[in-house]
Design a protein around this ligand. Structure first.
Ligand code: NAD
Length: 368
């Protein structure tokens, strides 16, 4: 039975990299029935909304989607499609593996860790009060009465909700992911020494959940500032990092930098029974339609999708094919060359072709 998957090309460089990923996952021999749906600029033109209900409905029905990046229009009143998708489908876990590949110029080598970021609350909840408004002044007065903490009258305020429900859910997800992927340790990252209530709650929740996995998966918790330094100095100390929304956002970019940048950083947003696979990078509009950017992050997101679908052997073959192309360093895009103006750099499509060519070679070897 072919896997039914919603395919959302996205906009900007989205369609190019999403198509590259689609061709590569198909080349593993796994059968798909794609349900292609639009979001982003094309959807604004056709439906006057960047996230049409029929696209959402398709993901709800198929339960798996692969999506190219989507531009957030500035000043047109549209919210980020990416954030809206996560909210509408309750995709509470953002999973971002960071792995070193030979041949990719990077500040660190031998990195192999996964960031599991809580997706639904924290300062990202968007509960904000602008400076100078009556409601903000009332809030400041109320807070000053309750806490005796001085707050400047011209302050803007953002609210950071951290719940036991969401914290236990994401930490449980991280431990289950560890078991499913043969990972040995979970590190919970917080700033509980300063934010004793919110981060303290997250820390306590992670310790409670960890106790249930004792003997199967190791556990530690660390402060986010110390973790940032240790990630740079000793990235191999980390296996799975589970953390709140904002820290996860920052640490996953730090880790993407460690392994060579956005061009090679895949990701997934996962909820109960629904998963959307997408690169960490955005729609890089200035490169749109040029067949220039690196498809690796999207292809590796496709590899994660194969794992999620239980297609472990094809996923391994795809990963090995990508690794071989990167290691050889010949049919790779400009950003993977030592000199970014290297005329031997190939385009998005040709790099995907090289991965497909590798896959075919391994398929021949397997069948012999
Ligand atoms: P971006 O990731 O699109 O691009 C930043 C820079 O990174 C690019 O100019 C390019 O130099 C480099 N880059 C990104 N992807 C690359 C690739 N595959 N190969 C080679 N180089 C690559 O970030 P941005 O410019 O901040 O955002 C552009 C738009 O994308 C915004 O509208 C933003 O909201 C949106 N965005 C979408 C998603 C998503 O769809 N999940 C994620 C992040 C940003």
């Amino acid at each position: 039975m072919p896997h039914r998957v919603t395919f959302i090309p996205g906009d900007g460089i989205g369609p190019e990299v999403a198509q590259a990923a689609r061709r590569c996952v198909e080349a593993t021999g796994v059968a798909f029935r794609w349900d292609e749906r639009i979001a982003g600029e094309a959807a604004i033109k056709e439906f006057n909304t960047p996230l049409p209900e029929e696209t959402l409905q398709s993901v709800r029905e198929n339960r798996v989607a692969i999506k190219g990046p989507i531009t957030t229009p500035i000043g047109k009143g549209f919210r980020s499609v990416n954030v809206a998708l996560r909210k509408q489908l309750n995709l509470y876990a953002c999973v971002r593996p960071c792995r070193s590949y030979a041949g990719v110029l990077a500040p660190a080598q031998g990195v192999d860790l996964v960031i599991v970021r809580e997706n639904t609350e924290d300062l990202y909840a968007g509960i904000e009060f602008p400076a100078g408004r009556d409601r903000t002044a009332a809030l400041i007065k109320q807070l000053s009465d309750w806490t005796s903490q001085p707050i400047q009258p011209d302050a803007a305020i953002s609210i950071k909700p951290i719940s036991t429900t969401a914290s236990e859910r994401i930490v449980t997800f991280a431990f289950e992911y560890a078991l499913a992927h043969g990972r040995k340790k979970v590190t919970a990252v917080h700033k509980a020494n300063i934010m004793k209530e919110t981060d303290g709650l997250f820390m306590e929740a992670s310790r409670r959940i960890a106790a249930a996995y004792q003997g199967r998966v190791a556990f530690e918790d660390r402060l986010v500032d110390a973790t940032s330094m240790q990630l740079v100095l000793r990235p191999k100390d980390f296996d799975i990092i589970v953390t709140e929304n904002l820290y996860g956002d920052i640490l996953s970019d730090l880790c993407a930098g460690l392994i060579g940048g956005l061009g090679v950083a895949p990701g997934a947003n996962i909820g109960d029974g629904v998963a959307v696979f997408e690169a960490v990078h955005g729609s890089a509009p200035k490169y749109a339609g040029q067949d220039k950017v690196n498809p690796t992050a999207m292809i590796l997101s496709g590899m994660m999708m194969l794992q999620h679908l239980g297609e472990h052997e094809p996923a391994k073959r795809l990963d090995a094919a990508v690794a071989a192309v990167l290691k050889e360093g010949r049919a790779v895009t400009y950003d993977l060359k030592r000199d970014r103006n290297d005329p031997s750099a190939v385009g998005t499509k040709a790099m995907a072709d090289a991965v497909i060519e590798r896959l075919k070679r391994t398929a021949v070897r397997v069948s012999r």
